[in-house]
Ligand binder design. Structure first.
Ligand code: ASP
Length: 581
């Protein structure tokens, strides 16, 4: 027997029991006559004690020969500790060891296995199995497990069926880039790894499964941004005979359940906001609504007064930073530099200080008098002591830049409550997005998303104006999930492919299986998918999804532990009929 108890289990009630523990040596404290060892496993830490005056010399020698991360087995007696440690559950007891076995020695680990470690990111990734021994990292993985289990049991309780869909599928040019897998049996042909099980889950609705889900790996060969993983996990779901609100209600239920059971947080009903409103008021389709500072548009007040910048801009809009009228020249310059960085992209920043004495001081005093500025202030609902920050330019770029500034000011002014979770459904996305480079429309969500019924007409005349029956769940400014009501009519799907510039032949070649299936009684259906890694990070209170993946890839998409991707041998290449230039 390796152990009678785990290292997190023994309590004062267990005093005088003879026990066997196995685990890793976390720490050794050698005070000459006395020696203590912290023994660690997944469940906790238990202190072992060796008393030179009482114990056998051989045993003491053996204890002294141990090093950090040795795997040992200790047999001994549970006693009450003289100086107790209230910080750990086992802190009232310790084990007087009578027998010690080294199960496996360890080299000195390359970094300390502590919550605060001296190991840098690269080193920890290379030795991820050691990093995973750290309690903080292990807790993240356990949180993930918990979310996964509760997701499964909740969806099961709602009659969803978990069905696996294939991982080796077919490449399609729509969406992100595919990872492809060469087929040895079919030289010159390739599978693709799924970016999502989208078409399969729709086929399952046609099969009559009615409610499907899967916690599933998806793959996208995108340019890597911070905190994106080439392989990631989704909670993927689909339902039949549902309207948009049926889907939203069902998954609002899931999210509320997870918050309640995992974090003990009761969420209120999730508000809904249209995409257009989100863009107009927050400049983004994932607004953080934990704080205000909504955009105020000024076009009608500021144009035609001789200030070229405003006159030549299609949008002039700003935010009100409460209590910031006292900002110094230096602070304002810093803000201007901040918005002018290429990542933010504004051309400049106009400010108006609403002084405590009721006067105004602005960077455009040459063009606007006190009365006009007072009028702006009224629009901003600003009060004496506030600072209005205004950007101007092309509407889309200006809104994007202003949304970055809004977040920055929200953080700077401590207006964002980090203990709060505020979910939001963003609805009525545009169906199509125009791409200037390729001069064609792309589906904003994916080509299977249906238009709002009242907009279908416009597909022929004004495709850019068509709204989709699509929705996203945003929590605290982070997109957690998204989905749509699908097209289930063959003709309509064909029309959508037309709008996307597919010829009938192309549509058939890529999605013929789905178009065909629509001929055999496809029910109305819709669904959603949640980014599971991101959900875990949100629950864990950080934005680093990597911390919640047992074996993540780094920012260049590499697994530095197994050193992948890697070249393959000439033989393998030949067998796969792949020529390397
Ligand atoms: N397949 C979609 C995605 O991965 C989600 C959905 O429409 O259900 O984003």
């Amino acid at each position: 027997m390796y152990r009678t108890h785990t290292c997190g289990e023994l309590r004062i009630e267990d005093v005088s029991k003879e026990v066997i523990l196995s685990g890793w040596v976390q720490k050794i404290r050698d005070k000459g006559g006395m020696l203590w060892i912290d023994l660690r496993d997944r469940y906790g830490i238990t202190q072992l004690i060796f008393d030179e005056s009482k114990a056998d010399a051989g045993l003491i020698r053996k204890a002294r020969s141990l090093g950090r991360e040795y795997v040992i087995q200790a047999t001994g007696n549970v006693i009450e500790r003289f100086s107790k440690n209230p910080n750990i559950p086992t802190g009232e007891i310790e084990i007087v060891v009578s027998e010690l076995t080294v199960l496996n020695p360890s080299k000195v680990p390359p970094f300390t296995i502590e919550n605060e470690t001296d190991g840098g990111e690269d080193l920890r990734m290379k030795f991820r199995y050691l990093d995973l021994r750290r309690v903080v990292v292990r807790k993240n993985i356990q949180l993930r497990h918990k979310l996964m289990q509760h997701t499964r049991s909740y969806l099961d309780s709602q009659q969803f069926i978990e069905i696996e869909t294939p991982v080796l599928i077919k490449s399609t040019p729509e969406g992100a880039r595919d990872f492809v897998v060469p087929s040895r049996m079919n030289p010159g042909e390739f599978y693709a790894l799924p970016q999502s099980p989208q078409t399969f889950k729709q086929l399952l609705m046609i099969s009559g499964f009615d409610k499907y889900y899967q916690i599933v790996k998806c793959f996208r060969d995108e340019d890597l941004r911070a905190d994106r993983q080439p392989e990631f996990t989704q909670i993927d779901c689909e339902m039949s005979f549902v309207t948009r609100d049926d889907v939203l209600d069902t998954f609002e239920g899931l999210i509320k359940h997870l918050f309640s059971i995992v974090l003990n947080i009761k969420l209120d009903e999730f508000p809904k906001m249209t995409y257009d409103d989100a863009i107009k008021m927050y400049g983004t389709d994932k607004p953080d609504i934990r704080f205000g500072m909504k955009f105020v548009e000024l076009n009608h007040l500021v144009k035609g007064k001789g200030f070229q910048v405003f006159d030549n801009s299609r949008l002039i809009a700003g935010i009100n930073a409460t209590g910031c009228a006292g900002y110094s020249r230096k602070q304002l310059d810093a803000l201007t530099d901040y918005v002018k960085r290429p990542q933010v992209g504004a051309k400049g920043l106009v400010y108006v200080k609403y002084n405590e004495d009721g006067t105004f001081k602005s960077s455009v005093d040459k063009f606007f008098n006190q009365e006009q500025l007072a009028n702006w202030a009224e629009h901003f609902q600003a009060k004496p002591g506030d600072l209005m920050l205004i950007l101007a330019g092309d509407p889309s770029a200006t809104r994007t830049a202003l949304s970055v500034l809004r977040l920055y000011m929200g953080k700077t002014l401590n207006q964002i409550d980090n203990r709060k979770f505020l979910p939001l459904w963003v609805v009525d996305f545009p169906l199509l997005e125009w791409d200037e480079e390729t001069r064609r429309y792309y589906a904003m969500h994916h080509p299977f998303t249906s238009a709002k019924p009242e907009d279908i007409e416009k597909l022929d005349t004004d495709p850019g104006e068509v709204k989709a029956n699509a929705y996203d769940l945003v929590i605290n400014g982070v997109e957690i999930g998204g989905g749509s009501i699908r097209i289930h009519d063959r003709k309509l799907q064909q029309k959508m492919f037309d709008a996307l510039g597919f010829t009938e032949e192309e549509a058939n070649q890529q999605f013929g299986f789905l178009l065909n299936a629509f001929n055999y009684g496809a029910p109305p259906h819709g669904g959603i998918a949640f980014g599971f890694d991101r959900l875990c990070a949100l629950f864990g209170g950080t934005d680093s999804i990597r911390d919640f993946i047992a074996f993540p890839k780094n920012n260049s998409g590499r697994d530095v532990m197994i050193d992948s991707p890697a070249p393959i041998s000439e033989e393998q290449l030949k067998e796969l009929a792949i020529k390397m230039r």
